[in-house]
Each structure stands twice: as C-alpha cells, then as structure tokens.
Ligand binder design. Structure first.
Ligand code: NAD
Length: 457
C-alpha cells in the first residue's frame, strides 16, 4: 500500500520504518528539514533499538523516502498518518495546533487529488478531534467526508525504548471508524501484525489511550502505596504483589471493570477501610487508597441525581440486595439511594425476589432496620405492580426477569445501574449510570465483522 506519514518524531519514524519493513511504500513528511534529510540518508530521526537497521533497509529497498513537499506526499499515498506532536499546556489542555495545521495542509493537497484518501490520526488526541480534523479537511479540500476522503482514529500504543518491538507486537490493533472501506483497508494494512484487530466507534478509539495510560499510572501508584504499607509492617511487598498478580480471575482480569453502580456487600467496604486505617495508624500516606471510598459514595449520589433528574415522584427500585441471587442487604449501595430518596419524600416501591423482610435475621436485619425501618411497607414481590405503578424504574442487578421491561413498559423512565441492556433503542427514556449512546452509532447496525463484540469482557 502507499502510505504517507506526517511527523517524523518517535511515533512517525518508528511507524514509517516498520510499515516499510512490512512491504508498504512509505513517504515521511516533516517540517524539519534535518529530519527529512536524515531519513533520505537512511538514518533514523530518533535513537531506539533496531530502528537504525530498519530505516537503512527501508531506504535500500526503495520503500522508504521523506519529503517536505505536501502535495507530492499526498498525491503519492492513499493513507496519510498524522503523527505530529500534541503537547499539553501547563493546565493540562492539549495543544492541537499541529494536528489541525497538518489537517489543513492535507486538505489543500486533496483539492487536486481524484482518488479516495484515508487520513488516520495516530497522535494521542481527545475525543472529538477526529471529527474536527474531518471538518478542516472538508473545508480546505472542498470535498466531502466519506465520499472523497475519511478520517479514522488509529492510536499508537508504543513505549519509547521498545518502540519497534511494541509496534510489531502491540496488545491490539485499534481503529475507530464508521467507514467500511477504511476498516477493510486497515485490516489489510495490518494483516501481518499478530494482534487482535478491534474496530470500534471513533470516539471510543480516541479516548482509549487516555484510559490506558491513566490506568497504568494508577497501577504504579497502587503498587507503591501497597509497598509503603507493607514496608511499615515489615512485609516483603514484592512477594505480595507477585502473588497478587497470580490471581488472573479477580485481580488481573476483566472482572470488576464494568462501569456501573457503587460496590457494596460485607467485604469490599469493610476490608478496604481496614487497610486504610492500618496505613493511617502506621503514618503511611495512601491518597489513592483513601480516595476509593469517597469515589464509591459519589457513585451513589450520581444514582440519586439521575433519578431526581427525571422529575417524577413514583420510583420503583428493582433489586435491593447488593447483587443478584442473594438476600444480603448489608452495605448494599442501593439501600443508601433508597434511604436518600425516601428521606426526600419520594414515593418508593421496592421489588426484590430474594428479600423477605420477615425472614431477615442477624446483622442483615439490624442493618436494614437502621436504614429503612419502613421497608416492610414499601417492598413487594409483585414485579408487575411496581412496574405499572411507578414512573421511574431503577434496575440495580442483572436478574433475567428485568430483561423484558423496556418492551413491556414502553412509557417508563428506565435508570439502569448495571448495564442490564447491551444495546437498546428506547426513545430517550433510558439512562445508564455510567455510559452513553447505546445503539446510537449507525455503523453498529452494519453487518461488518466487529471484533469488539466478541472480546471477552
Ligand atoms: N513518544 C511516544 O512514546 C508516544 C507513544 C504513543 C503516542 N504518542 C503520541 O504521538 C504523537 C507524536 O508523538 P512523538 O513523540 O512522535 O512527537 P515528536 O515531537 O517526537 O514528533 C512530532 C514531529 O511532528 C513534526 N511536525 C510538527 N508539525 C508538523 C507539520 N505541520 N507537518 C509535518 N510534521 C510536523 C515535528 O517536527 C516532529 O518531528 C503525540 O500525540 C504523542 O502523544 C507518543
């Protein structure tokens, strides 16, 4: 394939050399004359393992060249990667001037090009940037997005130091597009890369890099805080974390990663509090671990705010225990939501097939008596009665019996705290606690193979 790469820094130089190695014809473009000269002399613009050989071989094979001529670069390629820098301001805002500047230049060059062109944003950019890049290109070229050109998001995951290895063996190949042709071209482009090819919405792809890197930062800080607590207790933290990482079911796994409602139950709140207190008693500062509980409380408040925002007084809560299939109400986060709404005078009805007030015993009974002393008056085992009498239905667990509610009660406001529905078209009366746009992307209706749906999660 004929590829152009705008920006020959870390990302651009590695991408150019690796794509040439994979058999594509690559033209690099940079505003820096010296970087263009280096590539044309067969030398890399950066210092990285393996890159020298790759650039030299690319030049020798005739598959790699560099130019400062934008028209030449665009005319002789079908896919242009934007790999220019996106520095951040002191306050953390991204400077997208380089991205938008290149987009304008590519657009101007496209004016006189007849064939379809794909522009791929490889730089790390915030959600919405690809859309703006498309608008700039359309304006500068006088052409139409998805008819004459398209813009896709194809974020880069490499780490400096191991960038060539990372490029050739990424954890996955990610592309955000709503254009079928672009998706096919990218599958072809990366066919020799031994990683799952994931095609998704543009904005999902755009935010992934930020989510990944923030999680990586969180992992480091969490490991360090655990280490500091262990050190204060005379415990070898490396042994602790080594064993922690052996648990691939709950610790290093997709488990617990679904955005949704607050955690509860008898273990997570109690044990995280105990570790926090232990650290405090030893004068170990653990701001990240300390922030877990306040974040969890905010999630409960968000649920209350969403329910209140519906402007209806009759609220049906479907599921009261802390998860499906149990009658354990202790520290069930929805109990706090029900308590808050009840205190504000909402007309609450609760349905939970597993909870029989008369059969609650011990700490379970004590907990609920302290929080919702009138529970016996507002809880019922008649799901249909709650659904027909209430205006807002709050779904708090994944009991199968809730699956048919949108079809059966089409005029209700549904507040979903657990992503009971994977995809749904419900006329705007549906709101998920921590997700948006269920089934609003037209591309998802197309019969293209979308690996995202098959990814175990
Ligand atoms: N460096 C990394 O490890 C890494 C990894 C993943 C993603 N990223 C992201 O990739 C992007 C690029 O990062 P980098 O480290 O390669 O940056 P860099 O500063 O090393 O390279 C950017 C290059 O773009 C060139 N440039 C600027 N304006 C241009 C224009 N109008 N036309 C052509 N070239 C132009 C600059 O001269 C420079 O050579 C950033 O968004 C970064 O966040 C970086």
């Amino acid at each position: 394939m004929n590829i152009s790469i705008f920006g020959l820094g870390y990302v651009g130089c590695v991408g150019a050399a690796c794509l040439a190695k994979m058999g594509h014809h690559v033209i690099g473009n940079d505003v820096s004359e010296s970087k263009v000269e280096l590539i044309n002399q067969g030398k890399p613009t950066i210092i990285e393992a393996e890159i020298e050989d790759l650039v030299r071989e690319g030049r020798e094979s005739g598959r790699l060249e560099a130019s400062m001529d934008i028209q030449y670069t665009v005319d002789n390629s079908d896919i242009s990667f934007i790999c220019v820098g996106t520095p951040s301001s002191r306050e953390g805002h991204l400077n997208l001037n380089y991205i938008y500047g290149v987009a304008r230049q590519i657009g101007e060059a496209l004016r006189s090009k007849d064939s379809f062109h794909i522009v791929a944003v490889r730089s790390t950019v915030l959600p919405g940037t690809n859309k703006a890049v498309g608008e700039i290109i359309a304006e500068a070229s006088g052409k139409e997005r998805d008819k004459d050109f398209t813009v896709v998001s194809n974020p880069e995951f490499l780490r400096e130091g191991t960038s060539v290895q990372d490029y050739m063996n990424p954890p996955l190949t990610l592309i955000g597009t709503d254009n079928e042709y672009a998706e096919k071209q990218f599958r072809e482009l990366y066919r020799d890369i031994p990683a799952e090819f994931v095609s998704t919405d543009i904005e999902v792809a755009e935010i992934m890099k930020y989510v990944n890197n923030t999680f990586h930062a969180l992992k480091i800080v969490f490991g360090n805080e655990v280490g500091n607590i262990c050190k204060a207790l005379g415990i070898d933290s490396h042994k602790v974390m080594e064993i922690f990482c052996k648990d691939k079911q709950l610790n290093i796994s997709p488990y617990y990663f679904k955005p949704g409602f607050a955690y509860g139950g008898s273990c997570l709140p109690k044990d995280s509090k105990a570790l926090r207190t232990l650290a405090h008693d030893r004068y170990v500062e653990t701001p990240v671990i300390n922030a877990i509980d306040p974040s969890n409380e905010i999630q409960k408040q968000i649920a209350v705010d969403i329910i209140e925002s519906k402007g209806r007084r009759a609220v049906g809560i479907l599921g009261l225990s802390f998860k499906a299939g149990t009658d354990d109400l202790r520290n069930s986060p929805i109990v706090d939501v029900a308590e808050a709404l009840y205190g504000k005078g909402y007309d609450i009805q609760i349905y939970d097939r597993n909870v029989r007030v008369s059969q609650l015993t011990g700490t379970n009974s004590d907990f609920i008596r302290a929080k919702l002393p009138h529970l016996h008056q507002i809880i019922t085992d008649d799901l249909d009665a709650v659904c027909s009498e209430c205006d807002v239905l709050v779904i708090t667990n994944k009991e199968k019996e809730f699956a048919g509610i949108p079809d059966k009660y089409p005029d209700k406001c549904i507040v979903d705290l657990v992503r009971q529905f994977r995809e749904l078209d419900y006329d705007g009366n549906y709101e998920g606690i921590s997700w948006a746009n269920i089934n609003t992307n037209a591309a998802q209706d197309r019969p293209v193979e979308r690996n995202m749906l098959t990814t175990e999660y």
